[in-house]
Design a protein around this ligand. Sequence first.
Ligand SMILES: Cc1cc2nc3c(=O)[nH]c(=O)nc-3n(C[C@H](O)[C@H](O)[C@H](O)COP(=O)(O)OP(=O)(O)OC[C@H]3O[C@@H](n4cnc5c(N)ncnc54)[C@H](O)[C@@H]3O)c2cc1C
Length: 391
Amino acid sequence: MPEKIYQKKSECCGCETCANACPKGIIVMEADAEGFFYPKVTDPDECINCYRCEKVCPFKNASEVPNFQERAIAGYSLSQDEIKASASGGLGTSIAKGFIKQGGVVFGVTYTDDCLGIEYRRAERAEDLEQFRTSKYAQSRKNDVYQKVRADLDAGKKVLFVGLPCDSYALQLFLGKQYENLYVCTLICHGPTSLLVHQQYLQGLIDKHGDCVESFSVRYKKDGWKPYYIRAKFSDGYEHLEKFAESVYGVAFLYMKRPSCNVCPIKRSKIHSDITIGDYHLAAGGKLKPYNPDGVSSAFVHTEKGDYLVSIADNFLVEEIPVKNALYSEAYHKAIQAKANRAKFGRTIAEKGLTAAASLRSIKVIDRMDEMKRALRRGGAKVKKLILGRK
Ligand SMILES: Cc1cc2nc3c(=O)[nH]c(=O)nc-3n(C[C@H](O)[C@H](O)[C@H](O)COP(=O)(O)OP(=O)(O)OC[C@H]3O[C@@H](n4cnc5c(N)ncnc54)[C@H](O)[C@@H]3O)c2cc1C
């Protein structure tokens, strides 16, 4: 067996299933210089050639869902506070709340207590769901989440797993059989950045302020749905606020995705889940209904279990929408190509850190060109403003 389970970095999505499934325990996850985790075989001589690592790999086993279906819905929580605290319209948490009310357990992604880590955890009480709320934009660690899900399923519990399409498919391959009591909710995903980005950004704030961070968000809704803000709340009450897109974190999120995300095969009819949730971007600005100024969720419902999840969404307004409107979220149906200078960004972050990488002149030029292109699409007045400079 090769010392590497993948040949190119773009072939590994970092789901960590191979490390969790290896019966000899000889696969560990190690971060590369960009901060993305990859499997490493520690002792190739111990390998028994069972190929379990390959059988549970979502990239190696990417496949069409048999009888794939999709209908689209959109909506938002009926509590304005809940919409504000959620990434989009709060559908993820509303479904999770409804699921717990029905006696189930939920797995989702949270920041660790010091906010420096990001990981999957289990929740069985409604109050434990708050940690999952809103998007974390750096890749999560899986720890033993797949084993925990299996233990709950084998104990006969109803389990809802909310995660990225690669992690969710990885879980199903890890389980190796269909469970009637498993419900899977995936997120539309154009790819996370690395944990190193998250940690360097946050550590920078901690060093500057000299205190612990109590809560952190990259999608804080200061003035409604968009633009997103970063908010770090320190234990002494101090609050750091910054527009996400203008922050070094935001630049890294655009420029330094995991290489596998730029060629991700787990899209649309290859997403193995009951429901896929995302933003209803097309409704932003109130051009379409349903609309809420603090955020709107959209979802593709794939199965009867997906119908059930929508039906139990707690305190949530749901409307059918045309599938073509929901397809506006491109990341649902195609991998988002790497930006020019992706490699340079990665080299710079490895050698000089996040701030140096995000300040690269070439990155700023590309950003400005992208902004111009977007403005051109929107209309003349904005272009003029951009050319003449903005105040
Ligand atoms: C990396 C990333 C990229 C995304 N890209 C797009 C996109 O291109 N287009 C689009 O429409 N939507 C995208 N989304 C989804 C969107 O940001 C919202 O997460 C989604 O609309 C759910 O919002 P909500 O208000 O319904 O959920 P909430 O009620 O806020 O709940 C959020 C749920 O997401 C889960 N979650 C949060 N972060 C992660 C993570 N890093 N990994 C796994 N699960 C996580 C939580 O466990 C929770 O269950 C992306 C999300 C992520 C994490």
